[in-house]
Each structure stands twice: as structure tokens, then as C-alpha cells.
Design a protein around this ligand. Structure first.
Ligand code: HEC
Length: 107
């Protein structure tokens, strides 16, 4: 007896969930904001690095060396065609990243 009762409850719950799944009104895509530290070159970095992905990609790397950040910036340019054209811009972005997300080591 109890088994049949349990089965009925399971069926009722399953029916309920499929009915619920059918109405997908009100789904919103979450927007997660990754704040950037204030510092020299922040706006330049924001403009050049946040057009393809969030700044979370940067903060997720943890604190890194200057060499690491320079290589990341160059990777973004070479591999993904980030629109950073001049050496001066590469330096501005690298310096911003190292000053705010650096581990104090150059290499
Ligand atoms: C033209 C698009 C584009 C721009 C501009 C861009 N990136 Fe990326 N970035 C990518 C893509 C694509 C990935 C890889 C995403 C993945 O694998 O999920 C990525 C990944 C990363 C990662 C994760 C680690 C890795 O090596 O993949 C970091 C860190 C990063 N980007 C930093 C930067 C920084 C700093 C800048 C600004 C100098 C920048 N990105 C600008 C496209 C871009």
C-alpha cells in the first residue's frame, strides 16, 4: 500500500516539475560585475581588455609578475586579435595590471 502511495507522490512531483519547466517566463541572464582597482591606466585597460570578456578573467589569475602580464597582453593581441597596436599601449596596460594585480616580481 505504502509503495503505491509513494509512487503516486513521485508521479505527481514529476508532473509538477515538467509543467513548471514548460513555462520559462522570467528567465534573466545574470550580469556579474568585476570591479577594477582604481589606478593609472585603468580606463585604457578597461577599454582594451573588457570588450571580449569580463575583467574576471584577469582577477581570476591572482597576483602575477610583470612578465606574466606582459605575455598575457601579447597573447591577447596575437591569438585573439585584441586591438592594441602600439608598444606604448602594451606598456600602459601591462603597468596597470602589474601595479594593481602584481606580485611585486618582474620575472
Ligand atoms: C579580441 C578579444 C579579446 C580581447 C580584446 C582581450 N581578450 Fe583576453 N581572452 C580572449 C579569449 C577568447 C580568451 C579565452 C577564453 C576562453 O578560453 O574561455 C581570453 C582569455 C583571457 C585570460 C585567461 C587566461 C588565458 O590565457 O586564456 C586572461 C587573463 C585575459 N584574457 C586577459 C586579457 C587582457 C589583460 C586583455 C587586455 C589587454 C584581454 N584579455 C583582451 C579574448 C580577448
Amino acid at each position: 500500500m505504502i509503495n503505491i502511495f509513494k509512487k503516486l507522490i513521485i508521479i505527481a512531483v514529476l508532473m509538477g516539475t515538467t509543467l513548471f519547466a514548460g513555462s520559462n517566463k522570467g528567465i534573466t541572464i545574470p550580469y556579474i560585475d568585476f570591479p577594477m582597482k582604481e589606478g593609472k591606466g585603468m580606463y585604457s585597460t578597461k577599454g582594451k581588455c573588457n570588450m571580449c570578456h569580463s575583467f574576471g578573467y584577469v582577477t581570476n589569475q591572482g597576483l602575477q609578475s610583470k612578465k606574466f602580464w606582459r605575455e598575457k597582453v601579447i597573447k591577447m593581441i596575437k591569438v585573439f586579435k585584441a586591438p592594441i597596436q602600439t608598444d606604448k599601449d602594451i606598456e600602459t596596460v601591462t603597468n596597470y595590471l602589474f601595479e594593481n594585480y602584481g606580485n611585486g616580481k618582474l620575472e
